[in-house]
Design a protein. Sequence first.
Length: 405
Amino acid sequence: MTLKPSTSDTRPVFAPFALAGLTLRNRVVRSGCFEGLSQGGVVTDRLIEHHRRVAAGGIGMTTLSYCSVSQDGRAFGHELWMRPEVMPGLRRFTDAIHDEGAAASIQLGHCGFFASPRVIGRRTLGASSKFCLFRTSVCREMSLADIAEKTTDFARSAVMARDAGFDAVEIHAGHGYLLSQFLSPWTNQRIDRYGGSLENRMRFPTEVIAAVRAALGPRFPILVKMNVRDGWHGGLEIDEAVQVARAFAAAGATALVPSCGFTARTPLYMLRGGVPVREMVQQQDGLLTKVGMALFGRIMVQHYGYEPQFLLAEARRIRDAVRIPVAYIGGVESLEQMEALIDEGFAFLQVGRATVRDPDFVDHLRSGAAAATDCDHCNKCVASMSRDGIRCYCVEETALEGVAL
């Protein structure tokens, strides 16, 4: 599929870019940022409108985030999971994005041991039996039959995504999701052929990528989000991540998106910046949960100082290790940074909070109306997504100040 560029701008960041059988109108991709806008596990008008605005704002491709490949992989009741009932809504989603001239990707994953037992109605699955402080629950170790079933679920979901009009899929093998749990020595203590050595820990994720590739054919774009670091001593580190990247490329990935962090243990390591405990408390249901978050929020959600391009050193290691396109994600703030990243060999860029702050971020950079985002990385938008949908608190606060004046 080839999408018409929104302008004739020939600067590399804004020029059309080929990704396997897809041509994007530019090299800027909205990353998978959990929206919290799929109430009831279905596509809503608010979800479509959220992404349509980003598409209208000039993004090359937008990513519908965190869609579970099966019902037992959900962390929230307002998280999508792939089944026939959601296909009409997904088609409305892709049509709306295409009408704005952008491409649409969908992020496919499974929460594994940090899925919500309350939401899925059963015990959670994991690489090994593990206590999850995030859920105060213990998962059960996946059997070989479970592994085969989830591999099939990923492939089936990818085909459904293609049939719903998506132009690419992004397999989530990072951030402590199920595939990442198999890669990490902290969550994988198996003693069979899916645990122990890195070769064994990579087996399930690479089987998933290979199955998705077989199901979609050779030209359909398959992005894979992966960790360069889990975020603590004893987790996955960069030297192993380089080997993981090579294995993912060999299994059939079109492009890699090297990120970091573990949702159930180092949740803001992947973002850096503010820890909005007060807003997180406000979003919780029930008095006990609110009190627990108020007392222990700083323990469960640690602070990591923000720096621009905070993953650049590790991303370079991944880029230099493979012969497929590698994206850069992590603290991309300005057009100057984007141009430098493209110049040094990153194929495209993923941005998140900048587009939450300003859906027209890309067009504002292109026109010269802005040189950089004014997002202050307070991460209050992260707090909002788990309750009533992602939004920029700073925009709301500025509007309220304007009313007060």
